[in-house]
Design a protein around this ligand. Structure first.
Ligand code: ATP
Ligand code: MG
Length: 496
């Protein structure tokens, strides 16, 4: 099939594939179609492959009829009707005679075992037969094992070549599968660039688009670069399609980099050094990590190892702790990525407060929805702008939460929203009361906000400082402490 291919990679693969006709013939001649699981119990080698093996197999196979023959003959000679031949592991083959026939037992019978109703005997002939049969079984296993080893050694001599063929076939298989998917599902060839840009027009999630049966998959654009939009801050209702969208961008990047066509109308993609993701909630109780600990560990790894050339997917950082803690961490992480890491980043969040971070490189995006009365229609369209509602209760209703819970939740939400509105009104009133002080007021809010944020990260240092008993320290101890504190400060600033 590969004889006439044009592509260099396929030509090379074709050159690495051998057919091994002789070995295939050997295997199909020697090995049974369904061998047992172990190699030391026989049942591996086909009949007709080895004359000696065939001979022992004949003996073993014929043993039943030979036994029957002996039994018939003994019955006739002795006239004992109840006579029969049996076998057990301890005594081997024996002739059993019920007590009723005891007086007819000939002298050549040697008594082996006495039972309540019968006696068991052996004869010279039976003994010989036994040695032959049991020997045959052993022989068969031994011969089969030896033959198997020969075949194995023969094949093993070609191991490297066979593995090369396997690799080449695997490669062709992957390429053929990607090509088939590209044709069947309308993928396009991505353009590769070196300038760090990801630009996708009408991209689709390769798996979600296939499993949707009721709805059509809505394609979406994506644009990330290092000048205008390094971080996409994505807000939008639950169930809107944020996670799907972010994974879609990561998958298309991965596919392009692996050499595949991608599900999109058009795509320009710069290779990345790594794709980092923080998705979903999981815990690792056995190794001592709670849900939130796992999340924070993963974020720590990402912030440590991501570079300007990485693609980072952060799906709702900080959900597993209190709102303020979570929001503070989320904001600080975005800041850190923007100021230090510079990785292309997709960041989905329900902390709508974060949308005020929009600046030269951080851009707000949201997923469009349409409110129809008390109903919400998900449009699945990623558009510029910030969302201010999550419609969580609406999604809870779709999921089938009890009516009483939904009703109560709506009530509580309404109360919280009026309280917030009141607070906001007071704030605006304060500020506008003295227009001249407007700036100062804002600065003051910023100031009060700042130490709170700062203290989240520096409390370790100040605790350590306050804990020092300076009066009793020697100069050397003080110097050591100072060194330690600086190391800690560096660590907290992410400098070490
Ligand atoms: N572009 C799309 N076209 C059609 N259906 C989509 C699209 N994106 C997502 N969906 C459907 O919507 C469902 C929810 O999407 P997703 O999990 O991405 O939402 P989300 O915004 O991350 O929600 P949450 O905030 O609850 O995590 C998906 O399982 C998928 O069936
Ligand atoms: Mg999600």
């Amino acid at each position: 099939a590969l004889a006439d291919v044009q592509a260099r990679m396929l030509q090379q693969s074709a050159g690495e594939i051998s057919t091994y006709d002789d070995d295939v013939a050997l295997l199909s001649r020697a090995i049974v179609d369904e061998p047992g699981l172990t190699i030391r119990e026989g049942g591996i080698i086909k009949d007709g492959y080895n004359a000696e093996l065939d001979e022992y197999r004949r003996i073993s196979r014929d043993s039943k009829s030979m036994l029957q023959e002996i039994e018939e003959r003994e019955k006739a000679e002795t006239g004992i009707k109840s006579l029969k031949i049996g076998y057990n592991k301890v005594f081997g083959y024996y002739i059993e005679v019920r007590n009723s026939g005891a007086d007819r037992v000939p002298d050549r019978y040697i008594r082996k075992q006495t039972l309540a109703q019968a006696e068991r005997y052996i004869t010279e002939e039976l003994k010989e037969f036994e040695t032959k049969i049991l020997g045959a079984q052993e022989k068969i296993v031994q011969i089969e094992y030896n033959l198997f080893c020969d075949v194995r050694d023969h094949i093993k001599a070609k191991l490297a070549s066979i593995q090369q063929t396997a690799h080449a076939i695997a490669r062709v298989d992957v390429l053929a599968s990607l090509a088939e998917a590209a044709v069947n599902y309308g993928y396009v060839r991505p353009r590769l660039t070196q300038d760090g840009t990801i630009d996708i027009k009408d991209g689709r999630h390769p798996l979600v688009e296939r499993i949707l049966t009721r709805d059509l998959f809505v394609p979406n654009d994506a644009h990330l670069d290092h000048s205008d939009c390094e971080i996409m801050l994505i807000t939008g209702p639950n169930m809107a399609g944020k996670s799907t969208y972010m994974r879609q961008v990561a998958l298309l990047t991965l596919m392009a980099q692996a050499g595949s066509f991608v599900p999109a109308r058009e795509a320009t993609i710069a290779p990345v050094d790594r794709i980092f993701t923080r998705i979903g909630a999981s815990d690792d109780l056995v190794s001592g990590q709670s849900t939130f600990m796992v999340e924070m560990n993963e974020v720590a790894q990402i912030l440590k190892y991501a570079t300007k050339d990485s693609l980072v997917i952060l799906d709702e950082i900080g959900r597993g702790t209190s709102t303020f803690d979570g929001m503070s961490i989320a904001r600080a992480v975005v800041e850190y990525i923007e100021k230090r890491v510079h990785a292309k980043t997709l960041f989905a969040t329900h902390y709508h407060e974060l949308t005020d971070m929009e600046d030269a490189k951080v851009k707000n995006y949201c997923v469009a929805v349409k409110e129809r009365g008390s109903d919400v229609a998900f449009l699945r369209r990623i558009i510029p702008g910030a969302a201010d509602k999550s419609y969580g209760i609406h999604v809870a209703k779709l999921a089938g939460l009890p009516k009483a819970v939904l009703k109560r939740a709506e009530q509580i939400l309404a109360e919280l929203e009026t309280e917030q509105a009141k607070l906001d009104a007071v704030e605006t009133a304060d500020v506008s009361a003295d227009a001249a002080d407007n700036k100062a007021a804002k600065a003051a809010t910023a100031k009060t906000a700042e130490p709170a944020m700062g203290s989240l990260f520096t409390s370790g240092l100040s605790d350590a400082l306050l804990g020092l008993d300076i009066m009793t320290m020697t100069p050397i101890e003080a110097l050591n402490e100072l060194y330690k504190l600086q190391e800690q400060a560096k660590q907290e600033a992410g400098l070490s």
